[in-house]
Design a protein around this ligand. Structure first.
Ligand SMILES: [Zn+2]
Length: 431
């Protein structure tokens, strides 16, 4: 019987003899984490999908020794990774646009279309509108499978390629389908202010989103948070403010895409209003750094987009960390600027492009990424009561995660106590 079936039903599992790095710091890490706490010969037990024990293997209570067992044989075990920023679902890649940028085109110029051909967000919207639901779901399932195999057990999905009410509602419904069908915990964000608005234009669409779209999505139980793309080529901060304020009143998580392409006041505003996260920040200015350091808002860095767009400007990650901001890293998985599905690869890029240490990068894709979704109480660290999500690496060294470019060092992925992925070349021994 395959291990996935044998251990798949109950959500009960104990991982033994692991080098356990719980990433438990009593909440999100501000600035740089201290030396990572670890349990050298540790065990993590999951009962009914929830963590019931984290500690020394020798102290594992007797009833938990009877659970289905995964012997990690000294390998490193980390919390399941949290990808707090993706643009799944979408219908197709746009690799040719990457080639155009390599030949000199800019991302901003592509948004306007080139030579009458649709480009950028509008092109993804056209691809989505032309695709059947089954095809969008199949494409998105493949992408989320790739995320899982790289260790992601919680993933944020955004709408945003709808660009008009019916297609945005369709995307939210597809996100709901994916949430029910994948092993990951899915977080659903309405990126209602994203690309070219439908007639009569930007201001009317921004108002309609608040008065009609968000209430409809909320009434149908389809929304965990909202987001807006605040850039000169997209929406102004004043377009997004009513949406963010309405979402905060409704108790939703709130996010902004900000300072990706040019400096803006959006990040400092987001920090002053306590948004859950503000994302990109390549052009963040010192005022924005200070504001984020003084607020609970998580600064989400997206090195895949910086790398793939060839952005010469980098987010001031070291300044953010030195000032005590809470920094997370995500893939920004999207067809235009960041086709990354591997969060370890995003973390590896953040280490070199943005000068994060291994410890900072690990916190950025676990406990801090959970905070960037408002889920710090639920995922992101190995603590009793949290969801039983963990990854077993292919060796005992946690740095493997930010080192094995192109091939995730993740061997086994456990989601809610179930083995959700095991690498085909072996993996920790089950008994
Ligand atoms: Zn994005």
């Amino acid at each position: 019987m395959p291990a996935e079936e044998r251990y798949g039903a109950s959500g009960d599992l104990v991982v033994r003899h692991a080098r356990v790095l719980p990433m438990a710091f009593g909440g999100a890490v501000r600035g740089s984490p201290p030396t990572l706490p670890e349990v050298p010969d540790g065990a993590v037990a999951v009962v009914a999908g929830r963590i019931a024990y984290v500690g020394a293997d020798t102290d594992l209570p007797a009833p938990l020794r009877a659970l289905p067992t995964l012997d990690a044989a000294g390998r490193a075990v980390l919390p399941g990774l949290v990808d707090c920023h993706t643009h799944v679902p979408f219908a197709a890649w746009r690799a040719d646009e990457h080639a155009e940028r390599l030949a000199g085109a800019t991302y901003a110029a592509q948004q306007g279309g080139e030579g009458g051909r649709p480009r950028g967000i509008a092109r993804s919207a056209a691809q989505l509108a032309a695709a059947a639901d089954a095809d969008v779901l199949a494409f998105s399932h493949h992408r989320l499978g790739e995320c899982l195999a790289a260790g992601t057990t919680t993933v944020e999905l955004k709408s945003g390629y709808g660009l008009q009410a019916a297609q945005e509602m369709r995307l939210l419904a597809l996100m709901q389908r994916l949430a029910a069908e994948v092993p990951q915990r899915v977080v659903r964000t309405g990126l209602f202010l994203h690309g070219p608005p439908p007639p009569p234009g930007r201001e009317a669409w921004a108002q309609r989103v608040v008065s009609e779209l968000m209430p409809r999505a909320l009434a149908q139980g389809l929304l965990d948070g909202v987001d807006a793309f605040v850039e000169a080529i997209a929406y102004r901060l004043e377009d997004a403010v009513p949406l963010i304020e309405a979402a905060q009143r409704a108790g939703l998580a709130t996010h902004l895409h900000a300072a990706q392409l040019e400096p803006s006041a959006a990040a400092a505003w987001a920090a002053s209003r306590g948004l859950t996260s503000v994302d990109h920040l390549d052009h963040l200015d010192p005022d924005g750094v200070r504001a984020l350091a003084a607020s609970p808002t998580v600064a989400v860095l997206l090195p895949g987009a910086t790398f793939l767009t060839g952005g010469a400007t980098r987010p001031p990650a070291r300044a953010l960390l030195a000032a005590g901001a809470c920094v997370a890293v995500a893939t920004d998985l999207n067809p235009g600027t960041s086709p990354l599905t591997s969060l370890p690869e995003a973390a590896a890029l953040a280490c070199r492009l943005f000068e994060l240490t291994m410890e900072e990068a690990l916190a950025a894709v676990t406990v801090n990424a959970a905070a960037a979704l408002g889920l710090g109480h639920e995922v992101g660290s190995l603590e009793v009561g949290k969801r039983g999500d963990l990854v077993v690496l292919e060796g005992d060294e946690p740095a493997l995660l930010v080192y094995r470019l192109g091939h995730p060092a993740v061997e086994t992925v456990v989601a809610a106590g179930r083995i959700a992925y095991r690498r085909s070349d072996g993996g920790a021994k089950a008994s």
